[in-house]
Write a protein that binds this ligand. Structure first.
Ligand code: F6P
Length: 380
């Protein structure tokens, strides 16, 4: 393998707390251990594809203070990427063009020996295709949704769960004061990891996730039982990708050129209105939205991001291109990027989180409430 002298660092897709900690770790390990130069591309690969190129040389001074900073100092982009690059057509509309060959030529001309791509499944798909075209690239998994396969966790997830749990704690006090059903809609795309984790940690009564289609009647049954037991409020956590049995996901915005994924949103309101109509109970809906992506990364995200950043540099040093760093048990390993993108990582119905939620009597919207404690019988 030709010696590595200069690497490009790219952050793509939706931001996640811990991105800056990865940047810091990659820069530190590259410079201190190997003497490489590190350059960041602004707004994913867009910076390299722009004229003039928009790139940022990264040295030890430029990463000072980054460990605790949310977002990414390199900026990010979730639209298109080099294979489906949206650009203005001569007629004034948007046309999608493949600029991947041009990207690879530009990188070679500018003397980049390897690329570290930090991103979720969309970014890792792009990394895999660039690798298949001969680019020396490694991946670092990122997403608050925790929905990337082959790694047990992505950084950003723990901060998002912390933010959502904090919101549930706050909804408890106001919900209890007004005897209301409080609905909290959280992110997670088509996986229920954030909803399930924060819901259990925050003591929610009902958690609705995409993996378990729900029935409003079941939720109302559960809330009414709670009422008979003396709890006159309820907390319902709804993942943005959850949907009723026989129905579909609710989207806030359809897909459009350069943004192939529709933007999810609105299921919280749907659930709130349906519960109110079926039970007559007063409901309020809170959509947590992008608060889950912002803020100071939780310590465990900083730790995972730092471990991933150092391990990604190790993959480059070892020439293990086409691989992505991943958390396996307590270790960080390199696995083929293609393994991470071959399957969407949603919550398995046999997962311990599901068992835990059911064991705690939390309603998942699909089954009658647990009544085995006999105290309900006494109260009824
Ligand atoms: O994938 C991360 C995520 O925050 C999802 O949870 C959410 O559905 C989506 O991104 C929102 O994306 P955008 O940045 O387009 O609002």
């Amino acid at each position: 393998m030709a010696p590595i002298r200069k690497i490009l660092l790219v952050t793509g897709g939706g931001d996640a707390p811990g991105l800056n900690a990865v940047i810091r770790a990659v820069v530190k390990h590259s410079i201190l251990s190997h003497g490489w130069k590190v350059v960041g591309s602004l707004e994913a690969f867009n910076g390299v594809l722009d004229d003039p190129m928009r790139v940022l040389p990264l040295d030890l001074v430029s990463v000072r203070g980054l460990l605790t900073r949310g977002g990414t100092v390199l900026g990010s982009s979730s639209s298109g990427g080099p294979f489906e690059f949206p650009q203005r057509s001569p007629s004034g509309g948007i046309e999608i063009v493949d600029r991947s060959d041009e990207l690879i030529r530009r990188l070679a001309r500018s003397g980049f020996d390897a690329v570290v791509s930090v991103g979720g499944d969309g970014s890792q798909r792009i990394a895999q295709k660039l690798f298949e075209k001969g680019l020396q690239i490694v991946g670092v998994p990122k997403t608050i949704d925790n929905d990337l396969d082959a790694t047990e966790m992505t950084f950003g997830f723990q901060t998002a769960v912390g933010t959502a749990t904090d919101a549930i704690d706050k909804l408890h006090s106001t919900g209890e004061s007004h005897d209301r059903v409080m609905i909290l809609e959280v992110m997670g795309r088509n996986a229920g990891w954030i909803a399930l984790s924060a819901g259990i940690a925050g003591g929610a009564d009902t958690i609705l996730i995409p993996e378990v289609p729900f029935d409003i009647a079941r939720i109302v049954e559960h809330i009414e039982l709670r009422q008979r037991r003396g709890s006159h409020f309820a907390i319902v956590v709804v993942a943005e990708g959850a949907f009723p049995r026989g129905g579909g996901t609710v989207t806030a915005q359809a897909s459009r050129p350069g943004h192939p994924e529709p933007i999810l949103g609105g299921i919280g309101r749907f659930v709130g209105e349906a519960i109110e109509a079926a039970s007559g109970l007063e409901t309020r809906v809170c959509v947590l939205g992008h608060l889950q992506r912002g803020g100071i990364p939780a310590p465990m995200d900083r730790l995972l991001a730092s471990r991933f950043g150092v391990a990604a540099v190790d993959l480059v040093a070892d020439g293990r291109f086409g691989q992505m760093v991943a958390l396996r048990a307590t270790d960080i390993v390199g696995i083929p990027i293609r393994d991470a993108i071959s399957r969407y990582r949603s919550v398995d119905l046999g997962d311990n989180l599901i068992r835990t939620a059911r064991g705690l009597g939390i309603c998942l919207g699909d089954a009658p409430p647990l009544t085995g404690d006999h105290s309900s019988a006494v109260l009824e």
